[in-house]
Design a protein around this ligand. Structure first.
Ligand code: HMG
Ligand code: MG
Length: 296
């Protein structure tokens, strides 16, 4: 029997959070509506973080209000605190994600608190989400390298994976925020996570700065992981991880998985045309900005 691998589309959130100028809300909505057609069944639509920190996604509620929703598709949102969670629930997100870091320095830069403080902040959020019947995903950033403090110990990833699962997350996404992981460092980090959790609870989230993402995904596949985050068109980056490029492109991962004989349920042609749409939206926005700067 063909084995299935699931893709978790993070383009509308991770892909768009790093653009220097916000993308028009209508185009974000169109991106999600196009993703709806491709066979993807998990889409991270936006994040309800502080608009002071990430103004690019300040329109999250409007995006949620504008998208067409299909039965069976998870429309998720990133939530850093109770305020964000409440906004996400009001907007009808049917899954939310909390996000922590395996590196203290990145935790401070990204969410303005220590790792321990972030876990304490998440605790009441888990209760609110459970009462609303909304599953919570956990993210760990900087699983191999931190942009501020360098290499990260695999044991830090194992510890945090265990903590997020015991808080009540249904699964944990392991984030190579910088896109600097290698197959060797990926393997060490995955083994540390597998020490505390079965592969079915783990996902790989690779940015592709050094072109190693597909090799790192292969390492994860060999270790039994069957869920990967990716961003259509390879868009993205984190505003608080300087130098990091976009996530590995969903269309590249899907092609790679199909070539390796895995089933994804995703239509390659529809995904490719959605990737082209996403890239054209970004290119137009950047060209408009460049034009404005020249005219200024
Ligand atoms: P803070 O400044 O310490 O928070 O930020 P605060 O509680 O002092 O609030 C400051 C202001 O923001 C207040 O407004 C709050 O009301 C408001 P004021 O009173 O000054 O007018 N505020 C909010 N407004 C709307 N929604 C909210 C919210 N929260 C506060 N949810 C905070 C702490 C966590 C809020 C901030 O640091 C933050 O929003 N950080 C998010 C940064 C971010 O989004 N980073 C990118 C996502 S993570 C990522 O990309 C990695 C990932 O892809 C995996 C990987 O690749 O590794 C997931
Ligand atoms: Mg990311």
């Amino acid at each position: 029997m063909t084995e299935t691998v699931t893709l978790y589309e993070v383009g509308p959130r991770d892909g768009l959070q790093n653009e220097s100028q916000p993308i028009p809300t209508a185009q974000k909505i169109e991106l999600v509506n196009r993703l709806n057609q491709t066979g993807l069944d998990r889409v991270e639509v936006s994040s309800f973080v502080s608009p002071k920190w990430v103004p690019q996604l300040a329109d999250a509620a409007d995006v949620f209000a504008g998208i067409e929703r299909r039965d069976g598709i998870v429309y998720a949102a990133l939530t850093p605190n109770i305020k964000g969670l409440e906004r996400a629930l009001e907007s009808g997100a049917n899954e939310v994600a909390i996000f922590a870091s395996a590196s203290e320095a990145f935790s401070q830069k990204n969410i303005n608190c220590s790792i321990a403080e972030s876990l304490a902040r998440f605790e009441p959020m888990m209760e609110i989400a459970a009462a609303a019947g909304v599953p919570v995903r956990g993210y760990i950033s900087c699983v191999t390298d931190c942009p501020y403090s360098g290499p990260v110990e695999p044991s830090a990833v194992g510890r945090l994976t265990e903590q997020l699962l015991s808080l009540g997350c249904y699964g944990v996404s392991l984030g190579d925020t910088l896109g600097s992981a290698t197959p060797e460092t990926t393997s060490a980090c995955i083994q540390a996570a597998l020490h505390v959790a079965p592969a079915r609870l783990l996902a790989g989230h690779f940015h592709d700065t050094n072109g190693q993402a597909l090799n790192n995904i292969d390492v994860c596949l060999d270790a039994g992981l069957r869920l990967f985050d990716a961003s259509v068109g390879g868009l993205g980056g984190c505003p608080y991880a300087p130098g990091a490029k976009g996530n590995v492109a969903t269309e590249s991962v899907v092609r790679h998985l199909h070539a390796r004989g895995f089933h994804t349920g995703i239509d390659e042609a529809l995904l490719q045309s959605t990737a082209e749409f996403a890239k054209s939206v970004i290119a137009k926005r950047r060209a408009d900005d460049a034009g404005k700067q020249l005219g200024a």
